[in-house]
Design a protein around this ligand. Structure first.
Ligand code: NDP
Length: 329
């Protein structure tokens, strides 16, 4: 049976996204076939589409989804036909009515979590899990510590605000409008900075932290915030550079790290953390318990029919979406 899927023939703008008919086929060993009820929209999909993260062409897009397991390949023991499931996974291909994919990144979705929420939270929530729980400065993070989190009203950002509050961290969130700053505060940020108005956000961070700076900066904005992020760190602090929504980070002169106070820099990716099924399950259980207990609520700001994927990409790049958005097949 033919399914609908989004493909690009060449990197470029949202107009490259084409909805086509595809044969999905049966799962091979260690694979499953899932019928999507919802697919997540993520900024990494923009990097895949525009060629910032090149894919072999023609390419399918989408890294996050939720639905029902339709077929199970040889060797898969943790999933059965009929299971409700959700995932964040390589390779891309979630923008589709159904797909065949590696089983190791797919988790059973708890009954209490609906499909749209599942599709809106897996890639973003597992990212926050590894950032706040596994990407830590010397001595770890304790309640009361200051961290700086950019794009705090975005999909990853709103989950980070809530998770940080649950851990007792003082998260300073940056965002691109007063409205977005208000949303970050409502979701658990202890302080907010509108970095379009207060361009020298590092000076604000110094004010808020009594001159000391923060233990960790979580920076997914990249080019525009890199310098200010380094200037926001306390001595021995950690800069986790995990994205480049404004463009890639410029080459680093390693001597800068000593000049800023023996600081550390890392460039992590979720896909190192979810390389094994065991790690994915452990991180997923942590995320499911945060969402299941109500400590984290997933905000779905927008829902688009799968056929309107180009409009969804335009809105994401125009910084028009707060929290998460989903595509509905
Ligand atoms: P968001 O919903 O956060 O959207 C991106 C946000 O970045 C915008 O809303 C905007 O917020 C901010 N931004 C700042 N400058 C720009 C710019 N020039 N153009 C566009 N946006 C800009 O997206 P996601 O939640 O999907 O992802 C957040 C970031 O995390 C992305 O950079 C993504 O690639 C990264 N990521 C990295 C992962 C990893 O493991 N390394 C995994 C998952 C996500 P504002 O207007 O408030 O500035």
């Amino acid at each position: 049976m033919k399914e609908k899927a989004v493909v690009i023939e060449a990197p470029g703008g949202p107009e490259q996204l084409k909805l086509v008919d595809l044969e999905v086929g049966a799962p091979g060993p260690d694979e499953i076939r899932i019928r999507h009820h919802a697919c997540g929209l993520n900024y990494i999909d923009v990097y895949h589409r525009n060629g910032a993260y090149p894919l072999p062409l023609p390419a399918r897009l989408g890294m996050e989804g939720a639905g029902v397991v339709e077929a199970v390949g040889e060797g898969v023991t943790h999933l059965r036909v009929g299971d409700r499931a959700a995932y964040a996974s390589q390779p891309p291909g979630a923008y589709a009515t159904a797909r065949v994919m590696p089983a190791k990144c797919v988790l059973k979705l708890p009954e209490a979590i609906d499909f749209e929420t599942g599709a809106a939270m897996m890639l973003k929530g597992l990212t926050v899990q590894y950032l706040l729980r596994r990407t830590l400065p010397q001595g770890g993070l304790q309640a009361g510590d200051f961290v700086l989190f950019h794009a705090a009203a975005g999909g990853v950002g709103l989950i980070a605000c809530q998770w940080a509050r649950a851990l007792g961290l003082q998260l300073i969130g940056t965002a691109g409008s007063d409205e977005k700053c208000r949303l970050a505060l409502e979701n658990g940020a202890a302080h907010v900075i509108n970095y379009r108005r207060d361009v020298d956000f590092a000076a604000k961070v110094r004010e808020i932290t009594g001159g000391r700076g923060v233990k960790v900066v979580y920076d997914s904005v990249g080019a525009d915030t890199w310098e200010g992020s380094l200037n926001s760190l306390a001595p021995f602090g950690l800069l986790a550079s995990f994205g480049g929504a404004s463009g890639p980070v410029p080459p680093i002169n390693i001597g800068t790290l000593s000049a800023k106070g023996s600081v550390y820099v890392t460039r992590p990716t979720l896909f190192s953390h979810i390389a094994t099924r065991e790690a994915t399950q452990e991180m997923g259980d942590d995320l499911f318990s945060m969402v299941g207990s109500g400590k984290i609520r997933i905000r779905i700001d927008r829902r688009y029919p799968l056929a309107d994927v180009a409009e969804a990409h335009r809105d994401l790049e125009a910084r028009a979406i707060t929290g998460s958005a989903v595509l509905l097949p």
